[in-house]
Design a protein around this ligand. Structure first.
Ligand code: AKG
Length: 280
């Protein structure tokens, strides 16, 4: 018996490689998290830009709470089973009138996590902390693309491309793309192999998305560098990852140090074999 998703939604996820929109928080709850996040940005301005947008859940309680949200974990459990690790998170923030975009890509391409050819061992969750729509650059997904295997990506390093290498899949059939319009507090789920991207924010407010990239079963392992994860539900008989602690306080020095180490490991992983590196 599924805990959060309906059997039809599970079938739809398996068919399309994503599911959206799903309700998690009220708009007021999402607004309160946005307020906490923006207060943290104001207080620690250098800590939440560039690479500081990676794994901020290890240093901020408001984001840690999302990663461990029982309803979100129920939805994830319905797709990958009861033993769940959270690998990491990314804050995808687009400022108003920001030319930043996300090119067509598959998350699994440069993450170094294996296996990538089995769909029910990992899933990414993207939570909207503001509205996310066609004006402000919501995510778009290519249905069924998760069944195509890992595709070739070209590293563009384009200045306006938000992805680390500006990695891009060429020749995507954009006409088949589905826009994932979300209200604050709603989330989507996508497979690490689903081709997706997003356009610039043409609106007058920020577009803030928080993605857990990814939730995974203990079967998953890292092939490029040792790195961290958190056991968020069930058991981990394999111990493939060092466990990162949950933050007791915002930006506690030991948590900041652990996140810096984790992000340095991510740098090694995400830029493995790349011609150059950016600061995130
Ligand atoms: O937030 C976006 O626009 C893109 C996010 C993304 O690519 C992801 O969460 O995998």
């Amino acid at each position: 018996m599924p805990k959060f998703l309906s059997p039809e939604q599970i079938t739809q996820y398996e068919r399309d490689g994503f599911l959206s929109p799903l309700d998690l928080l009220s708009e007021a709850e999402a607004a309160a998290i946005r307020e906490d996040l923006e207060a943290a940005e104001a207080r620690w301005p250098d800590a939440l830009t560039g690479a500081g947008r990676n794994n901020a859940h290890l240093t901020l309680k408001c984001l840690d709470k999302i990663v461990h949200n029982p309803m979100l974990l129920d939805a994830v459990e319905d797709l990958i089973g009861p033993d769940i690790l959270a690998y990491g998170t990314v804050l995808f923030i687009k400022e108003p009138q920001d030319p930043g975009f996300v090119s067509w890509h598959q998350d699994c391409r440069y993450m170094g996590l294996e296996p990538t050819d089995v769909h029910n061992v990992s899933v990414s969750a993207w939570l909207a902390l503001t509205p996310s729509n066609r004006v402000n650059g919501c995510m778009s997904m290519i249905p069924g693309s998760h069944r195509s295997g890992v595709m070739e990506h070209v590293d563009t390093f384009s200045k306006t491309n938000i992805l680390t290498r500006g990695q891009s899949i060429e020749g995507v059939d954009e006409a088949s793309a589905v826009d994932l319009v979300l209200k604050p507090g709603q989330f989507s789920l996508h497979s690490m192999r689903t081709v997706h991207g997003s356009r610039p924010n043409l609106g007058s407010d920020r577009r803030i998305g928080f993605t857990i990239q990814c939730y995974m079963t203990p079967e998953m392992h890292q092939t490029i560098s040792p790195t961290m994860a958190q056991l968020v539900r069930g058991e981990d008989p394999n111990g493939h990852f060092e466990y990162a602690a949950r933050p007791a306080d915002d930006m506690a020095p030991e948590a900041v140090a652990a996140r810096e180490r984790n992000n340095a490991q991510w740098g090694e992983i995400l830029y493995a074999g790349a011609e150059r590196r950016r600061n995130y």
